[in-house]
Design a protein around this ligand. Structure first.
Ligand code: PLP
Length: 376
């Protein structure tokens, strides 16, 4: 009966097909596949949406982080504090640039960086902190920004999962995630809240000089064509992806709302079951639910996943192995990390289908089965 998916890109496309098809066709007709007018226009529209001075499109969210670290002039051996409970891309760019990752734990309820664990992680070599707005909710930025300012450390937001989300400061000021650090990155990987039809990413900053550097590094280190002033790379958002994203940006708030509505359904369905812990929504952030991730208490998760799968219900683990336990990290010879919350979450988290096209019927089917399979 059900053909459930973790993410339903087809259903989403069908609803805006005429607009998308026309936008793509226009790029093909222009043959301006690289640096076409949609790329610049999308950058401007994205900056306006977030309320940030500069949005610089690039090849993907991983490149975005890498280019930011390069532009800030971090040197091999510099330390960067980051949660281990994130997608490996956050950490991979550090190792690629020969920077030293310093892993901290996350809060057990919000799954974002635990501010208390920052203090013991800092050393004279610490140059930056990368909070990750995991699953679609902001890290608690106010104390983090204060801590970083006091220690003169850069804050780079990994906003790959939370674009569209807001953070509210204690004085009531509300801003978009990705606008608070010296720079931030995001990803337009198809399954992200603002996804394109291939790879894509962007960098954000309010700093004019940094923006120019980011732009240059993403384009072979050149300001003027064929004059290469900086060590750069080739990381561009292509025109077809920009055209798709210009259409989809207009629907981003609707997409966030659809995800939040599906999350509300899950929350309500699971509210009376103690063995299913629903994600906490922090008072300082709204949640755009890139992922809807529950914690299971006293449930055999692997067995449950098999049983759900047999009922046509896919699930996913975000992510199956924390970064500090990845083989490539083990080979770096870093100190032995004790991250009890990361390890605990690792063992009991489970992500349920989450996308913009979930019907109440589908949600009910998922919830009824999950409850029946675990409540015995
Ligand atoms: C998706 C993701 C990235 C990387 O983005 P790509 O566009 O796939 O390179 C980085 N960090 C986090 C937290 C992500 O979820």
């Amino acid at each position: 009966m059900h053909n459930l998916q973790m993410v339903d890109l087809k259903g989403q496309y069908q609803k805006i097909k005429p607009e998308i098809d026309a936008a793509i066709q226009k790029v093909i007709d222009s043959t301006a596949f690289i640096k076409g007018e949609d790329v610049g226009a999308f950058g401007n529209e994205l900056a306006a949406y977030l309320g940030v001075k500069h949005a610089i499109p690039c090849g993907n969210g991983t490149d975005a982080l890498q280019i930011i670290l390069m532009a800030l002039g971090l040197q091999p051996g510099d330390e960067v504090i980051t949660p281990s409970f994130t997608y490996m891309a956050t950490v991979e760019v550090l190792t690629l640039l020969r920077l030293t990752p310093v892993f901290v734990d996350v809060n057990a309820e919000t799954f974002t960086m635990d501010i208390d664990s920052l203090k013991p992680a800092i050393t004279p070599k610490t140059k930056a902190i990368i909070p990750v707005h995991l699953y679609g909710q902001s890290a608690d930025m106010e104390p983090l920004l204060e801590f970083a300012a006091a220690h003169d450390i850069h804050v780079i937001e990994d906003n790959a999962q939370a674009i569209g989300s807001n953070y509210t400061f204690s004085d009531g000021r509300t801003v978009k995630t990705g606008t608070m650090g010296i720079a931030s990155s995001t990803s337009f990987f198809p399954s992200k809240t603002l996804g394109c039809y291939g790879d894509g990413g962007a960098m954000f900053t309010n700093d004019d000089a940094l923006a120019e550097k980011l732009q240059m590094i993403a384009n072979h280190g050149q300001r003027t064509r064929y004059v290469h002033e900086l060590v750069g790379c080739n990381s561009r958002l292509d025109s077809i992806q920009a055209a798709v994203l210009r259409v989809k940006l207009r629907y981003l708030d609707d997409y966030c709302l659809a995800r939040r509505t599906a999350a509300d359904f899950y929350d309500a369905a699971f509210s009376e079951y103690e063995h299913i812990v629903t994600p906490r929504r922090a008072s300082y952030s709204d949640h755009v639910f890139y992922a809807y991730t529950i914690l299971l208490r006293n449930v055999n998760r692997d067995e449950l996943r098999k049983e759900l799968s047999a009922k046509g219900i896919p699930t996913q683990l975000h992510y199956p192995l924390p970064c500090h336990r990845q083989p490539v990290i083990a080979s770096l010879g870093l100190p032995e990390y004790k991250l009890p919350v990361t390890d605990m979450l690792q063992d009991c988290m489970l992500s349920l289908p989450m996308h913009t096209e979930l019907s109440n019927e589908e949600l009910a089917y998922i919830c009824d089965n999950l409850i029946a399979l675990t409540n015995r």
